[in-house]
Design a protein around this ligand. Structure first.
Ligand SMILES: CSC[C@H]1O[C@H](OP(=O)(O)O)[C@H](O)[C@@H]1O
Length: 339
């Protein structure tokens, strides 16, 4: 099922999104034909994950063009709707990049924008396969043993991308090579992308895994139970600093102390050379209530306040390798622009 899983799909007059807020209990789609519904879907993480947000943003421009026609908007009103999509979540650079990629095609009409957005989707799927292969090859070339025990954080699979997955794509490649013993999947509070989405995707592809509390990750690594950690990214600055789901820094620090590789898997569309370092990456602050509950059920006392940064920034010095669709970069010295 995951092989042809499409988190984001254009269905001729709108977007069809897998509703990730109801997985794994229910597999449902949300059909989107107006920008307001798309903005809400992005903010509620119906659609989520940097590359998937890029594709949703690109098709969001088409939705704005069709809605403008339907509502009699002028260009300024249409562009304001696109801007609301662009700013729906600030950290993943892919959302804005996906929009910026297709906007030049707007004067050529809806079909031209659809075609460019579909190209972006197709490129991401192919890119993720390349990331998977390059990442697995790099790991196996350095692994003193097989099969491997891998730790991952949040969800980077087909649900977070146009298909296949980034860090999850490396895991799938290792599994297909018979080189994977087990995946430790951090549950990834507060929205549980790990225990809900990564676990579901691992079930779909038959990869053995253990869900663990985020707070267990460091000791699991320091106890020698993990050979490599592989995570995704939402924005990578020019110096290699990497913004990813909150909790990633703790994993990176433990890997450094344990002397095991910490790999970031991401397409070039997640690299933002215009942002010099992690200090310049906007970190989304989400509602504190998400932290005060478990799976939506309040657990904290009345009057409690939550602190809920959705991402943290792993300093480049802690990133052993960044694998992209063009191969593996050693980023401790920054990201060298591709030619
Ligand atoms: C393949 S990018 C996935 C990336 O996005 C996730 O964030 P969110 O679930 O809030 O969209 C997380 O940072 C993942 O590593």
């Amino acid at each position: 099922m995951v092989n042809e899983l499409r988190a984001v799909e254009w269905v001729g007059d709108g977007l069809r999104l897998i509703d990730q807020t109801v997985l794994p209990g229910r597999f449902e789609h949300l059909d989107v034909r107006d920008t307001g519904t798309l903005v809400d879907a992005i903010r509620r993480l119906v659609v989520r994950g940097a590359p998937a947000l890029g594709v949703a943003g690109a098709f969001g421009v088409v939705i704005a063009m069709i809605e403008a026609e339907r509502q009699g908007w002028d260009d300024a009103e249409r562009d304001a709707a696109v801007e609301r999509i662009r700013t729906a979540r600030p950290t993943a650079v892919n959302l804005a990049a996906g929009i910026d990629r297709v906007v030049p095609f707007v004067p050529k009409g809806v079909e031209a924008v659809v075609a460019e957005a579909q190209k972006l989707l197709d490129e991401d799927v192919l890119g993720n396969r390349a990331i998977g292969k390059a990442g697995a090859d790099w790991i196996l070339a350095r692994a003193g043993k097989r099969p491997l025990r891998v730790l991952t954080h949040c969800n980077t699979g087909a649900l977070a991308t146009a298909g296949w997955g980034t860090a999850f794509g490396v895991i799938r490649e290792l599994s297909e090579l018979g080189a994977l013993e087990v995946v430790y999947a951090d549950e990834t509070r507060p929205l549980l992308q790990g225990s809900r989405l990564t676990a579901w995707e691992l079930e779909q592809v038959g990869i053995p895994y253990l869900v663990q509390a985020d707070g267990a990750a460091a000791s699991t690594i320091l106890r020698g139970l993990v050979d490599v950690a592989i995570i995704g990214a939402d924005r990578i600055a020019a110096n290699g600093d990497t913004a990813n789901k909150i909790g990633s820094v703790g994993v990176a620090l433990a890997c450094a102390d344990a002397g095991i590789p910490f790999m970031v898997a991401a397409p070039w569309s997640t690299i933002d050379l215009s942002t010099p370092s992690g200090a310049g990456i906007p970190i989304e602050e989400r509602p504190g209530d998400e932290v005060l509950a478990w799976a939506g059920n309040p657990v904290a006392p009345e009057g409690a306040r939550g602190f809920n940064p959705a991402f943290d920034v792993v300093p480049a010095r802690l990133v052993t390798a960044l694998v992209t669709e063009t191969g593996v970069l050693e980023v401790s010295e920054g990201v060298t622009p591709r030619d």
